[in-house]
Every structure is written in structure tokens, then in C-alpha cells.
Design a protein around this ligand. Sequence first.
Ligand code: SF4
Ligand code: SF4
Length: 419
Amino acid sequence: MADYRELWSKLGIDLEKHDKLCAVLPELYGGVYLTQKNRPEGMNYFNLVVAEVHGLRIQELDDYKAQGGKVVGTFCVFVPDEVILAAKAIGVGLCSGSQFWVEDGEKVLPRNLCPLIKALMGAKVGGTCPYFQSCDMLIGETTCDGKKKAWEILNDYVPVHVMELPQMKREKNCKAWEEEIKEFISKMEELTENKVTVESLRQGIKTANAKRRALKRLYNLRKYKPSPISGLDVLLISQIAFYDDPDRFVEKLNELCDELDERVKKGVDEGKKRIMITGTPMALPNWKLHSIIEGLNAQVVVEETCTGTRYFENEVCEEGETIDDLVKNLADRYMKINCACFTPNTGRIDDIIKYVDEYHVDGVIDFNLSFCHTYAVEHKDVEKVLKEKDIPLIQIETDYSTEDSGQIKTRVEAFLEMI
Ligand code: SF4
Ligand code: SF4
């Protein structure tokens, strides 16, 4: 990798601490990803993106900022990328998936909090994430209590705009979400000094839809027996989707899918158990559960999570004459995301059942990040309906540390034997 120390230093990175983070990632990636056999050629692009995660892409962001462009960071799939694109800003999903950041996060947050929130806080307060350091503004949301309160602390470090996400899906809530999107448009216009027009918003919608379509194509290929790509590789692609340049990402992903089309024709089913993961998001570089499952000769074929289907299902309608029309289209699509922060959230259960059929799933793992109460409570509903349908299920609650990996492996092993 080229030497980016000057750039990192300009961004205010704690170089000494950052060196430690840079030392961890290649080893982790090598062990989890590069040891996989018979990977598609098309994964080389995604290998490069990971190798350059704190290099090339950060350089691109810096170049954009040097021309007066703005960068905004997001944490949840409810924040509409389309608006960010329409205002000609670059949006980056801030990963927060590493144990490395948890320690710094715990200096300002209670220990008994979701690791995703502790990691995002630690990445900023410790000054070790060049993406955070590149952001002119962060976009938070009122999804869960932990995040909601974390924005107040983060706001001391970088401006945070918070979108108020309703927690029910009645007509008046959908209307309120439209208003929030409009306010977000104004906020982005103010930050970037670019007017969001009907045409720029429509173009933003088209770009985001193209990304959704490419991801959907990838997921559709996993429905074949055998799936032509590992769950680990798909997870990585989904994680990269949050921060890569959208047009380049779509081009590279479609190239990979062309290759997978060919693989499907030659595939021989080895009878690996097909697993669905449902639950909380797995942000980069959280590959823990996939790596355990696929290390046991089973295959993850679908993730009903925010780093899975919730990110790309349902396109936004591109038709409309006014900003109001397009905002309504955006609100309609985003309110179809089935997150446990909503009550009720029966749509998620319907999705799980649908995916069991579509992806020929043998067993479901309900993945819960520790202290995520909404998903933990919703487990009862998931359990009830899967039991009725006689579909095997286990719940795994864990964080980013590796301490419980052995124990999880034993549980998954027993689960695979049972199905
Ligand atoms: S689980 Fe809910 S709050 Fe978390 S990223 Fe997904 S939609 Fe947002
Ligand atoms: S996983 Fe749960 S607790 Fe953690 S940030 Fe998402 S909604 Fe909040």
C-alpha cells in the first residue's frame, strides 16, 4: 500500500494507535478470506478495496473535499442515500464493526451497550478512523435508545444532523417521515451549497436503485444449489456497498455476477447445509459468525439484516414531476424496511418466511448483537412462527470480541448436526 501517513496526519488521525489497527486487519482478512478455496476471480476487486480501505478511498474523499465537495457519514439504512447524492455529497456508511474501537467507546459510554454504538463512538473519540475524520457531517437517526443518545456526545466532535424516524407505520407516521426527508434535503443543501432539483434527486434515485438491483442480482444467484459464492464473500460485498463509489461498485458487482452466472451452470451440489442469518447488522469487519458457520462446511445463503436484504429490497419509484412526488416515493420505499425499532414489525417475520422458501434454507440463526433489546425481544416472534413451520432455529447473542468464538462454534456445530 502506498504511504498515506501524510494524508492521515492531515485528517487528525492518531497515527500510533492507527498503526495498531492497520496491523490487525490484514491478518484477520488473510485468515478469514484469503484461505477460502476456489473464490471467484471477480472478488479480486473487493480484495483490493479492503487492502486500500484506509488508502485509496480516503484519497478519493480528500480529493473531492479539495474541490469543495462534502462528505457525510451515516449509520443506518433508513438515511436516504438518494438525497446525499442529489446534493452532490459523498455518503459513507461508517462501519463500526471492530472490537478495536470498543475500548475507546467504553471510555465515554456504559459498557453494557451494543458494541456497534461503542465502536462508532470509539472510532471517533480515539481518532483512528479516516472515514470519520473525513466527514463534514454525520447523519444520525432516532432508531434505538443507545444511538439516539450517542449523537448528543458525538455532536461535540463533529456536527450531527438527526433524522427523527417514526417507530410505527401508520399513515401519519409515513407523512412525518416525508417531512423528515424534506428537512434532510434542506440540511444537505445548506451543507453543500448545492440545490437539490427534481432532476438531481431523480438521478440520485436511479444511482441508488442501480446499486439495489446489482445486490439483488447477487442475492438471486445465491438461491441456486449450490450457491456459486460463499456467504463470507457476499457479506464483504454488502459491507463495501456502504462506502465505495456507487457507480464503480455496480460495475464491478455486475462483472462478478456475470462470472457467477457461468459458475451456476457448472455447479455440483455437495449438500452443504444452507443457513439464513436474521437479526442485527454486521458492520465491517465483523465476519465472526459467517466465518464460524462456513468453517463448519455449511453455507450462509441469505442475510435478513441491514447488511443484507434490508439494504436493497424494494426500489424507489423514479416517476414524479416535483420534489414532493419524489420525496413521497422515497418515504414509501424506506418505510417498507422492517427494523425491530418499529412496533409492530410483522413485516420482518413475513420476510423471514419468504426467504426460507426462496433461498431453500435448512436452518435459521437469529443473530443478536449484545444489548440490542429490540431484536432480542423480537426473537420470541421469530421463534414462534418458525416453530409452527418446523424450521430449525437458534439464537446467537454476541459482541465483537473473540472470547466466545469457541462456545459459538460448539453451538453452531450441534445445530448443523441437528438439522
Ligand atoms: S437494525 Fe434498524 S436501526 Fe440498525 S441499521 Fe438496521 S434499520 Fe437502522
Ligand atoms: S444493533 Fe440494535 S442496539 Fe445496536 S445500533 Fe442497531 S438497533 Fe441499536
